[in-house]
Design a protein around this ligand. Structure first.
Ligand code: NAP
Length: 267
């Protein structure tokens, strides 16, 4: 029997919708299982789906996601509340189609021999210094590429390219392309300090390693989660072996979502 979980943004409208979805799915004979769901219905916005992704990130090969938005159209949350009866019927009539998007693997290693920390990001990882300018070497595929000085670096997934990355002037990448993007945050460029200045798109087999030059304490954000990492030796980023799986019940092409979100219908 198919098992589901519903996660809510936590505001009244999302909580009400969550209860309705739960009732409908139970009526269809599905089982509610918060621990090991086959499908997670996220109700709220893209931010809500980010939380759901992290809650179930250890079972990405077994759990599929679908998002309903109770605010504005999202990239992950692309169903509207009026459509939930349709959505619930489609979920109950399994099997459903799955699309897989790449995610970012981040490994933080430390100087003091502490155990490395591994994260998966659905949108991006951002690296900033705790105080002052971030100064790091950037290695690509084992070779020094540049020494970066500036506010920070953002390494994003294709589906995250429409989030923070876009605000940094990064390109929007179609999620069928297995790549990660490195975008700069306000690099210092003058006669002494030089970086490439353009966002870089790295293929699956190219690993990017960030190595601190002076300060070793960093503020590392993985999607919505920001942590302080002390005594950092390196931060390694690459396309993860895992993928995120979305349940698809109708066509809603990525470029259509980009158009709807950023351009609109016009006058
Ligand atoms: P938040 O600051 O409350 O919301 C950030 C906004 O980003 C929300 O409007 C969210 O949509 C939207 N968003 C999330 N993922 C997206 C995606 N893949 N494509 C387009 N828009 C997306 O923070 P949060 O809800 O915890 O989300 C964390 C995310 O905020 C981070 O992963 C980062 O991408 C983003 N962020 C962006 C900036 C920036 O653009 N300057 C700065 C910091 C963080 P919903 O309203 O649908 O939830």
């Amino acid at each position: 029997m198919m098992k589901f979980a519903v996660s809510s943004k936590g505001n009244p409208v999302s909580d009400t919708l969550k209860s309705r979805i739960q009732t409908y799915l139970l009526d269809f004979g599905l089982e509610c299982d918060e621990e090991e769901p086959d499908i997670v219905i996220s109700v709220g916005g893209d931010g809500t789906l980010l939380y759901a992704f992290h809650k179930y990130s250890s079972r990405l090969d077994k759990t599929a996601f679908v998002g309903v938005h109770t605010g504005h159209l999202g990239f992950y949350a692309d169903w509207v509340p009026d459509e939930i009866e349709k959505l619930v019927i489609a979920i109950a009539k399994t099997p459903f189609q799955i699309v897989e998007y790449p995610v970012l693997e981040v490994i933080v290693r430390y100087n003091d021999g502490a155990k490395e920390a591994r994260y998966l990001a659905l949108n991006e990882c951002t690296i900033k210094s705790i105080e002052g300018t971030l100064v790091t070497d950037v290695e690509i595929k084992g070779e020094l590429f540049e020494t970066f000085r500036g506010d920070g670096l953002c390494l994003s997934t294709p589906s995250g390219s429409t989030a923070y990355n876009k605000a940094l002037g990064g390109a929007i990448i179609h999620p069928s392309i297995r790549a990660i993007q490195l975008a700069e945050m306000a690099s210092i460029n003058n006669r002494v300090f030089r970086t490439v200045g353009s966002p870089l798109i790295l293929p699956e087999h190219h690993t990017c390693v960030i190595k601190p030059l002076n300060d070793v304490h960093f503020q590392v954000a993985v999607d919505h989660l920001t942590l302080l990492h002390k005594d950092v030796k390196s931060i390694q980023c690459r396309v993860a072996n895992e993928n995120v799986r979305f349940a698809r019940f109708r066509p809603f092409p990525f470029w259509k979502r980009v158009q709807d979100s950023f351009i609109g219908k016009g006058e």
